[in-house]
Design a protein around this ligand. Structure first.
Ligand SMILES: Nc1ncnc2c1ncn2[C@@H]1O[C@H](COP(=O)(O)OP(=O)(O)OP(=O)(O)O)[C@@H](O)[C@H]1O
Ligand SMILES: [Mg+2]
Length: 285
């Protein structure tokens, strides 16, 4: 049953290559399979590529490459219209009913991306509010202001780390920044690419240890995703794991984590710049 409140999950993780995109794409599919209307947004504003990793837009890719990366500064790209019937800019129909939103890349190599562009994008998403239950954002690595602005605007911040300790150190930096600058204090941790369940729990314990003096920060462990060759095989075929397999070890982990996230109560707005704010404020009064 579709929920009334909009959930916005930012899949983050300061370190590159820890599996943010893999987690975002497969959580989107897992939650769609629970009956939710899911939009997957590419939050990498300088190099958006989610739809290509799903094998969805070869023509668009060719156009972007041939235009030598001179990007528009608006969020309106040349995209297909969703079959839902709404003229929603930038929405592509993806697998299992997931719709994919790829903002036009927000600047060329001469310009850094401004926070205001991220804020405009957050506000533009209000147009989609009536037509989704869950927005999942695949965010960029690093702590660039536009990226952090998107992450803090979510209702739930998922932080992905791997078995490499540097990913835990980078996650500590990201979590502290989001807490100190934006007062985000709840974080959901996923440990990806683990060789054993114990390995995942150990990384979570390390993160807790680093942050033990930051008493206001609450870390919740969502679980581990095994290093599974089915994931990389699916990527080679430009598919998501959950469109290829639902019962390999990693697929089961994604379904488990998707269930857990879907059960969480959607938090109240906090007064920051957040997604779907007008609707969420109306729900309160
Ligand atoms: N659970 C997994 N099992 C096997 N391989 C995986 C798994 N998760 C990720 N990978 C591999 O790691 C690669 C990097 O993953 P992904 O692109 O999701 O990382 P990322 O954090 O989004 O990177 P970036 O910071 O560049 O955006 C994938 O292409 C895939 O080959
Ligand atoms: Mg990525």
């Amino acid at each position: 049953m579709a929920q009334a409140k909009k959930r916005v999950i930012a899949v983050s993780g300061c370190k590159g290559g820890v599996g943010k995109t893999v987690v975002a794409v497969n959580l989107a599919l897992a939650m769609a399979k629970l009956g939710q209307r899911v939009v997957l947004m590419d939050g990498n504003l300088s190099v958006p590529d989610v739809e290509f990793t799903l094998g969805m837009n070869e023509e668009g890719l060719k156009e972007q490459l041939s235009s030598d990366f001179i990007f528009s500064s608006s969020a309106e790209g040349e995209f297909a219209t969703s079959s839902s019937g709404h003229q929603q800019k930038g929405l592509l129909d993806g697998p299992s009913g997931v719709r994919v939103f790829t903002p036009a890349a927000q600047g060329d190599w001469k310009d850094s991306i401004q926070i205001i562009q991220a804020v405009e994008l957050i506000q533009d998403m209000d147009d989609l509010a009536s037509d989704l239950d869950t927005l999942i954002i695949d965010t960029a690595p690093g702590l660039a202001p536009d990226n952090v602005t998107l992450i803090q605007a979510a209702t739930e911040v998922v932080v992905v780390v791997s078995q490499e300790d540097v990913s835990v150190i980078d996650a500590v930096r990201q979590i502290r920044l989001l807490y100190r600058v934006f007062n985000v204090h709840q974080f959901y941790i996923v440990v990806n690419l683990v060789s054993s369940r114990r390995g995942g729990a150990k990384q979570f314990e390390k993160l807790q240890e680093y942050l033990k003096d930051d008493k206001q920060i609450v870390l919740s462990y969502l679980g581990a995703i095994p290093h599974d060759k089915t994931v990389s095989e699916a990527i080679l075929q430009q598919s998501a794991l959950l469109t290829v397999s639902n019962d390999c070890r990693a697929a089961r982990a994604f379904h488990r984590i998707g269930h857990q996230l879907a059960k969480l109560p959607v938090p109240e707005p906090k007064g920051r710049i957040e997604f779907f704010l007008p609707g969420r404020i109306k729900e309160r009064i």
